[in-house]
Ligand binder design. Structure first.
Ligand code: SF4
Length: 65
């Protein structure tokens, strides 16, 4: 089932990882990264996001300065 908010979500999504079938489908994106102990791209700045490091430890590192 397609997400009713797909287009709106895609406009807000800062993820540059291509291709990803979960892009714009935030529910699936969160579930995927949560299972891996990670956070979605939108928790990171555009510069941080481009590292593709979605770990919680990287998020804490980025926000502890
Ligand atoms: S944050 Fe992860 S799951 Fe979400 S769109 Fe980007 S690569 Fe896909």
């Amino acid at each position: 089932m397609d997400c009713a908010r797909l287009e709106t979500n895609l406009q807000r999504c800062n993820c540059t990882y291509e291709p990803c079938s979960r892009k714009g489908n935030c529910c699936e994106c969160i579930i995927y990264h949560r299972r891996l102990g990670e956070l979605p791209a939108c928790y990171f700045t555009d510069q941080q996001e481009r590292t593709f490091n979605r770990s919680i430890s990287y998020f804490v590192q980025c926000n502890s300065r």
